[in-house]
Design a protein around this ligand. Sequence first.
Ligand SMILES: [Zn+2]
Length: 234
Amino acid sequence: MEDNHIYQYSLLNALMDGVSESGVTVKKFLSRGNQGLGTFVRMDGELLSLDGKVYQLQSGGRVREANLEDQIPFGVTTNFVPQVTKQVSLDSKDAIDEELDQFNAHSTNLFMTYRITGRFEKIKARTVKGQEYKGQPLSELGDKQFVDIYENIEGTIVGFRSPRSWQGFTVAGEHLHFLSVDHNAGGHVLELVASGVSMGMATASNVHIELPTSDDFNNAKLISDDAGIKKVEG
Ligand SMILES: [Zn+2]
């Protein structure tokens, strides 16, 4: 993939409909970018991809390095090359938006990608526990997620901001995952506070989406549920 082009496998709506039995291999996903996020088969935990490796952030705070043959039923990645890098202080997730808007005031309907590294004063992150039965919708799993708060923790955030009109194709707005530098903690970021962290940013205007060819995907309704997505991916 060219620098700062986005590769996405499947649609968020498919995940919302519970389509997660199979997907693109970790090996192929890694060939499409150097940083990404997503989930695993049966939505078992959160995925973070960083510099040639894919990590499974499991419920309960465990982190496992994925095998090249593992499959990713929904994922987004990019060959990230920052167009600007600066030291920032972030008092909330909203502050990420402000930094992105300062960098590019014409990005409302474009994608933005970023990487934040350093020591975070606080990270509130969740990990989905996984489906209890085949086809269980993601919206149901939101009630059973594992949430933890980490304080004074060093690590990396990989994030994407997608336009509002793409809700359902992907997560509209901010979507970011965290991995600690010692690989002992991580998850889908709900809240954060940091002062003096490094933030690299890039605008992305090319998106490649690969759709599953499975029966499950063919039979899914794929109707956008804005409130449901916000509840589970907020
Ligand atoms: Zn997530």
